[in-house]
Design a protein around this ligand. Sequence first.
Ligand code: NAP
Ligand code: MG
Length: 483
Amino acid sequence: MPIPFDPSLVLIAGQWRAGASVQRLPLLNPSDGSLLAQIARGNADDVDAAVVAAQAALAGDWGRLSAAERGRILLKMSAITLDRADELARLEALDVGKPLKQGRADAVALARYLEFYGGAADKVHGETIPFANGYTALTLREPHGVTGHIVPWNYPMQIIGRSVGAALAMGNACVLKPAEEACLSALAFGHIAREAGLPAGALNIVPGLGEEAGAALSAHPGVAHLSFTGSVAVGRLIQAAAALNVIPVTLELGGKSPQIVFADADLDAALPFLVNAGIQNAGQTCSAASRILVERAVFDEVRRRMAERYGALRVGPALDDPDVGPLISARQRATVQAYLALARDSGLAIAGQAVLPDSLPAGGCYVAPTLLAPCDPGHRLAQEEIFGPVQVMIPFEGEAQALAIANGTAYGLVAGVWTRDGGRQFRMARQLRCGQVFINNYGAGGGIELPFGGVKHSGHGREKGFEALYGFSSLKTVAIKHD
Ligand code: NAP
Ligand code: MG
């Protein structure tokens, strides 16, 4: 499929134009290693022009719109996104190696974010505060100004939806830096925004390297808020850059999320979630359930049934819509293979594994989905984010031990609990140290209305739902003295 726009351009002030540098970056197809396109290598000059354009939009056509008018534009963007869901899924398959059904689900989620935030734009308001006699006191929710959005390669559409969608709803003007390895859906989003009539400069897109375009955006003194999703190492750099400019920052840094299966659980209901939440998007999911904690009485049964599912997983090129596609890059594959080598060297047993078909293209970044069991909770494979289709199983005995293991990593993003015991459901929900707990499900089907974010090294700040709208606005208090 030809790319239906010129992917080598940046979007600044409503114009698709060449970047400041003549240099380009190659965009590879991870399913077969072929060259898809050349993208702009955006630099500090492009970022500066984008921030200036965003400031002009705030002072001009974009800043003048009412909340309801902003909402209507987002709703138009939502409708166009939904119309193009198949095209967006194909672009994501080519660029990210995401199986078609999963890419389509991302496009539908992007449309839903735009619908939710479009509908909410004129429903977020301040309050009047009962204060001293002779005063009227009230609060106003105002945009921060220019917001910077640094997005990773694993779920570009969903992450753009939840951060750019919410920021635009509140009247901010955005500068978006997609990941250098996954730009096509972000650029397609820029075209959708222009078609929907989003005023020039309200959304600017500067592809490029993290350490060039990304670093320039996070350090720019004209940026008033930063939203980042990615690794802990880069998250620290973003927070340090935000500290120098004294601006708020939202960090979503991944996890080592557990699903906890008690012996009284409905195993038939749990099984599909246990495996899918580990292998979806080839395990490159911040909220992947990479640790499966199972009460000892049912450990063998769960291991056997998960292993059966692993054996049946289809791995292949993204356009064939397999269960599991390639990883994003040869670099990411090497990282995952190094973890699998460590597992082998430390004697971790492979309980289940998918078979890689001989027909896989030689240049593709494939790794066989692998279930390791049992694993010691302190082992590096049970502590570190692997970001590949690898799950470890850890046996436990009773609630207290389950909690100690579940809370015993540096991360705290999501947890799932499978049990029929009502009291235990509440006890676990309260004592798990993370940002979201799912009982007898995992992920609630994406639940874009549900606030999302982490504690500990998983980051801070909340995206999704109404919380994101509060995060992308600044509260001003007004006290009027009138006796
Ligand atoms: P990353 O390096 O943290 O990249 C995330 C985003 O930050 C990308 O847009 C990247 O741009 C940009 N970036 C990189 N260096 C930067 C800098 N110095 N200043 C500003 N922005 C910068 O993540 P990655 O390399 O793609 O993946 C590495 C690991 O991060 C993964 O193995 C995984 O553990 C974790 N990760 C987590 C999530 C999540 O959802 N929480 C998502 C992706 C990755 P470029 O890509 O263009 O360099
Ligand atoms: Mg790519």
